[in-house]
Design a protein around this ligand. Sequence first.
Ligand code: AZF
Ligand code: CA
Length: 448
Amino acid sequence: MIVKAFPQDFVWGVSTSAYQVEGAWNEDGKGESIWDRFCHTPYRIANGDTGDIACDHYHRMPEDVALMKELGVKGYRFSIAWTRIFPDGKGKVNPKGLDFYDRLVDELGKAGILANATLNHWDLPQALQDLGGWANRDTTDRFAEYARVMFDRLGDRVALWATHNEPVVVTSGYLGGSMAPGLADASVAYRVAHHLNLAHGKAVQVFRQGGYPGKIGIVLDLQNYIPESDSEADVLATQRMLDHSHHLFLDPIFKRQYPQGLMEWLGTIAPQPQEGDMEIISTPIDFLGLNYYFTLKVRYEPWGGLLKAAARPFSAPMWSQTEMGWGVHPEGLTAILLKLRNHYGNPDIYITENGTAAPDQPDEHGFVQDRERIAYLRRHLIAAHDAIQQGVNLRGYFVWSFMDNFEWALGYRPRFGIVRVDYATQKRIPKLSAYWYREVIRQNAVWE
Ligand SMILES: OC[C@H]1NNC[C@@H](O)[C@@H]1O
Ligand SMILES: [Ca+2]
């Protein structure tokens, strides 16, 4: 047995997001978000599921934090619902909304759990969407205002801040229609990407000006894309997919420029930075949050939408596909980490999401022996450990997810938690993987 030990102060965490776990969608002064609106619109979400109640985390937060402590978790990545703070996206701040996150951060402090807060995990105030949402450049200023309020209230106790979670998915909400706001308007999709980048930069500048303790970064969705063949057509299609899903955000932030190839490909609908925008966007950050799940094989496909590319899941030998139809390829994680070391200045990195949905079969007590999920997590931790051995500055790992929750357009069917949620009773029942993870944290190691 080979023991793979992690660095001393490595942060072992778990992740959630506001809309997926909190519920209380219209309680204590919270305003409507685009995800409330999307879920309340017929035939957008599987089974007509909504986040109205979700895991009722808004009311059960103290017990959830106590369970994290019991499981030995060292960090908790959560997101802040913008509409609890600014119900109308601007103007009056809602004190009860601020109080909830203040209590959460205090509970985490008492439990000795590091707070890792994301400002925007997709739930934009509907009031701002009504003014154009992220397609409207003014939203970048609304975001900076919101960020300042949160830094002022929680900045003394939050160790890690992320501006956005997976901005590429927000952009997709304007391309494919499957995510809120459910538009299919390529003419604004890349303006949205640019405004997300600009909002990120403005929030980082507010953070720097305020001299808050803690660190600030962004969480990007960087899956591993490999070409189906070495034909020029497939290689170029893969490049376009990487430009769209990686470099549309990585390059402005780390290289102060958009990927040239994508700009040429997009033509008139490409981002149109104004004077000074790229300087703001590339304001240096302290860490990069990486969400990694799978590898996709990409081929040139004339019918493949805007990018004329099609992708399909790739599973390494001995691995099948997950319950979500995703491939399993731990080596893909090492590849992404090495890409960041080799081409993006070897930044401090936290894996802010990694995990898998699995067909969890509870026994009569609701206990799930999720050996598949344990295998997935263990192999990805080994892949992460390999990267650390090669000089990657990986500082922590947050499992997606602490508990089963609302999986966006797919509703509650997919279960990603290391803790099961019985939605009928809202009971939390740790799965085998939760006890396995507790052991990993205790040993600060995984074993081959
Ligand atoms: O699909 C699993 C996760 N992926 N990243 C963003 C999260 O909100 C998702 O639940
Ligand atoms: Ca307080």
